[in-house]
Write a protein that binds this ligand. Structure first.
Ligand code: GTB
Length: 217
């Protein structure tokens, strides 16, 4: 079985690991599955060959024999279902781990993306300074709820799962905002994720592609 994913030819973050191929690499590393990477430029992403794989012209995509997938939620779920290590055997625990994947993508990530948009794309708008605290507070609300649920536990529901992989990946996007550090148990949770050997391999692999390349404007 050959697995090929796509990633930015030159990530705008210069290799900080924030582009979404990192979470797919992480999942593949956790289950010990080797993979190849096809790098695509922003221009190539919008061309028919890539659009046939990804209707929205984005990365990452995932190809495995005659199967092609897009959307990191679906890709990580597929990897977790087909390999040991990212989902518990017990059916109810498995359903809860999948629930955390959805929670990461549908309930936590949207607020974080809204903040990223406000900081990166709206800073020149006359209403930016008024809007930013509102957006930050929506992130704080979600983090405070998540922090209360995590408490002193290492992971969200027992052993590390695809739910934690997705939640930590989503929270990593907050690293430069300072907001994550307002919730020490969540900061420690993300650090535990980053400390996993599989995450380190995934991060290093994407950095190797982007190191030395100037981040795109
Ligand atoms: N919902 C989709 C998924 O989860 O797979 C979202 C995929 C997505 O947003 N892909 C982005 C993309 O291809 C890359 S990851 N964008 C190009 C485009 O839409 O034309 C998002 C991302 C990009 C850059 C940074 N960064 O530099 O910090 C962080 C995250």
């Amino acid at each position: 079985m050959t697995i090929t994913i796509t990633a930015f030819e030159r990530s705008p973050d210069g290799g900080a690991g924030l582009a979404r191929d990192t979470r797919v690499r992480w999942a593949l590393e956790e289950v010990g599955q080797s993979y190849e990477v096809r790098l695509v430029s922003f221009e190539a992403m919008k061309q028919p060959a890539h659009l046939a794989l990804h209707p929205f012209g984005q990365i990452p995509t995932y190809e495995e024999d005659d199967l092609a997938l897009f959307e990191t939620g679906s890709i990580v779920f597929h990897i977790a279902e087909r390999h040991e290590g990212l989902l518990p055997d017990d059916a109810n625990a498995r359903a809860r781990a999948v629930t955390w994947m959805f929670a990461a993508l549908n309930t936590v990530e949207p607020t974080i993306l809204e903040l990223a948009t406000a900081r990166l794309l709206e800073s020149d708008k006359p209403w930016h300074q008024e809007r930013l605290p509102l957006v930050q507070d929506r992130v704080r609300t979600r983090l405070s709820q998540l922090s209360a649920r995590l408490g002193n536990a290492d992971w969200l529901d027992g052993a590390f799962s695809a739910g934690d992989l997705m939640m930590a990946s989503v929270l990593l996007r907050l690293a430069s905002s300072g907001i994550l550090n307002e919730f020490p148990n969540l900061a420690a949770y993300v650090a535990r994720g980053e400390a996993r050997p599989a995450y380190k391999r995934a991060f290093a692999a994407q950095l190797a592609i982007n190191a030395g390349k100037t981040p795109a404007g």
